[in-house]
Design a protein around this ligand. Structure first.
Ligand SMILES: O=C(O)CCC(=O)C(=O)O
Ligand SMILES: [Fe+2]
Length: 369
């Protein structure tokens, strides 16, 4: 498909929400990014903060130590670190997760092979404008929900992975030859990691270990989002992804092993999340903030662009099915800790979430009592 600057800039307001063409094509020209990609001061209040700095570093947790019966004080320390990391940062780098490095390399490889395909090939898996905003599966950029939305310098491939019978396999690329098999294998292993962490999180705050998992259901929804950030000639003006929190329960992010870009907002400062080859970045989403009655924080994060290098990441999102309801876990509410959030339907939350996210706003206030 022929994509150029003008088609990308001319977004007809009459047909909102609509889908964008790919950023990769814009980047090839190396020209100034179109105005719709330029950040605005004050588009998200935290964007005005000081530049990223290095004085604080993202917690690192060895999740092989998070077993139910710690036999040494090291393990108790790791549980304490988990609780503290998730209540102050909302994220951490997980090591000791037992997903082989070769599989992490393979999934990055098939992702790169996909984004390296010619545009016409990738368009075979393009998103449909008919899909709901929270289920925009396939290849493409973000939906556009308003005329003044600041656009992200990224292309995505977004796929539902679980429940397995609901997969839209026509959107799972082939070639790359091993894409489907690799994604399937990675998703099975990553799901076990998510379970270990959800259980440990519950125990770390004195709850029965299935307290979060029960709200996620035996069969949670799992989406995979392959993010591709092409080089951008104006990293000072354009974000790979604008500041946001994730709307789901928990996210497992496989970062690019070489190219940094992710930043998290901590104590009003943007902190770089360094590349840590072999580690997985775990971050809490809004739904766990709701379930934990605000004890665990859904962190605000963003991705900055890079002038020279492309960057790839894969986010796996876990949450309850659309027809479920979530609410703060009963054992966490008492006279000193009053209920902070209402019971909300997952689909309603995600609908509000996506509209707000795309406009640089947070959705979680909508769920507050
Ligand atoms: O690419 C990254 O490092 C972060 C991606 C992200 O925040 C997301 O997909 O929600
Ligand atoms: Fe995110």
């Amino acid at each position: 498909m022929d994509v150029n600057h003008s088609t990308t800039e001319e977004v007809p307001s009459s047909s909102l929400p609509t889908l964008l063409k790919n950023v990769q094509e814009l980047a090839i020209d190396g020209e100034k990014p179109p105005p719709r990609y330029l950040r605005k001061d004050g588009d998200f209040k935290e964007n005005k903060q000081v530049p990223a700095q290095e004085s604080l570093s993202v917690p690192i947790i060895d999740i092989s130590c998070l077993s139910p019966n710690p036999s040494s004080s090291d393990k108790e320390d790791e549980m304490e670190k988990l609780k503290s990391a998730l209540s102050s940062w909302g994220l951490f780098q997980a090591i000791g997760h037992s997903i082989p490095k070769s599989l992490l390399d393979d999934i990055q490889d098939v992702s790169k092979q996909f984004f390296d395909l010619p545009t016409e090939e990738k368009q075979r898996y393009a998103r449909s404008e008919e899909d709901e905003i929270f289920d925009l599966q396939g290849y493409g950029s973000d939906a556009i929900v308003s005329d003044d939305q600041v656009l992200n310098w990224s292309d995505r491939l977004y796929l539902l992975i679980q429940p397995q019978e609901q997969r839209k396999l026509r959107l799972w690329p082939d070639p790359p030859t091993y894409f489907r098999r690799t994604l399937n294998e990675y998703s099975v292993k990553a799901r076990s990691v998510a379970e270990v962490i959800l259980k440990a999180m519950a125990r770390s705050i004195g709850l029965e270990e299935n307290s979060f998992i029960n709200q996620l259901d035996e069969q949670p929804m799992v989406y995979g989002r392959f993010n591709y950030y092409p080089p951008c000639s104006r990293p000072d003006l354009v974000y790979g992804i604008i500041a946001h929190s994730d709307g789901v329960a928990i996210t497992i992010l496989l970062q690019d092993p070489e190219v940094e870009g992710l930043q998290v907002l901590k104590d009003d400062q943007w902190i770089n999340v360094p590349c840590m080859p072999g580690a997985l970045l775990i971050n809490i989403g809004d739904q766990v903030e709701i379930m934990s009655n605000g004890i665990f924080k859904s962190p605000i994060h963003r991705v900055v662009t890079n002038k020279e290098r492309e960057r790839l990441s894969l986010a796996m999102f876990y949450g309850p099915k659309f027809d479920k309801e979530i609410e703060p876990i009963a054992g966490l509410i008492n006279e000193t800790n009053p209920r902070m959030f209402r019971k909300v339907n997952v689909k309603d939350y995600l609908e509000v979430f996506f509209h707000k996210y795309l406009q640089g706003e947070r959705a979680i206030d909508w769920a507050k009592v």
